[in-house]
Design a binder for this molecule. Sequence first.
Ligand code: LLP
Length: 384
Amino acid sequence: MFSDKDISHFTSLETPFYYYDLVLLQKTLSNCADAAKLYNFHVHYAMKANFNQKVLQHIKATGFGADCVSGGEVSKAIEIGFDKSQVVFAGVGKSDKEINNALDHDIFCFNVESIQELEVINELAAAKGKTARVAIRINPNVDAHTHHNITTGLDENKFGINSWDLPLCADTLRKCASLEFIGIHFHIGSQITNLDVYKNLCVRVNEFAEWFEERGFAVKVLNVGGGLGIDYHNPDQQIPDFTSYFKIFNDFLNVRPNQEVHFELGRALVGQSSSLISKVLYVKNGKKKNFIILDAGMTELMRPALYQAYHQIENISKAKLSSAVKYDVVGPICESTDCFGKEVELPETLRGDLIALRSTGAYGEVMASHYNLRENIQSVYSGE
Ligand code: LLP
């Protein structure tokens, strides 16, 4: 929801731009931190969701750790000032260079996704005379009931070590003198709105933790990943229900004394705090369809083109109650998939009107591209 003051400010700015509501971001972070504290849970922010400098500074100040998936993210986390003891590094394809970089930074833990990767980290750590802390990312074969492109914890997915490979994994861990096993890691998918899915995950986590403990491996960390979804259809509903989310893990995970439970939340922390603000370049009224052509496209917000993702579209220059027309809302890019929504009901729209694409804080700015040689766009902040 934008105030009249916001909107009159927006009209003076060059479009398109990402608008960040830092007050809402801070509220969301505090809400999550308070809910996690109830159970002594540890939250690492999944940096891939948004690595905007100001966003990261707020997250760091909240005391969360950083969950990274590239050497670039590890270096950025350290540069921002995240405590290295709270930096974890996941990803199916860590290069030697990235592993060496993380070893040099002495990060808390590598979330390891294959047996071969265990051997490589062991070798590289040995060469540096170091011991690398590792958690085993297990593919638990739990259906996240989300879009199939963002499901990660099924047998057919590339992520993690499958259960049938765990005996070999345990043997490898025993052989690798430069590795310290600290726990197990899971991430079953993103934009999960059915919380029951997490109950199923807890059952599997308990089984795998027991499996390792029975074989003499002390499981100090249970990292259950992220994935908590946001309500894209109600962007003003804003703060996800962190309390119910954490309660599930408290109720269904068997946590032993001295065990820590870690989370890797991305979208839920940042998703609602940003909108992409764009201007209408042209309105084309056809026989079959009316088109609104925006100055923002899939280069600034890729999710609709990539996953047919829904982002609420609002004409913020017009009162909501004025007469509604159906439009296909598209961008300027030379691709038919450059479309933010079909048959979207909006007030009658004119060239120059401002259009807000809501809930773009997660996987928005970070997935922008230069396709068609598009330029970087600015970010605008409120509540600094
Ligand atoms: N941990 C791991 C290992 C992950 O792979 C991910 C996300 C997360 C944590 C954070 O998940 P979140 O809490 O944000 O759901 N680009 C897609 C989402 C891809 C998510 C990839 N992994 C989208 O726009 O929907």
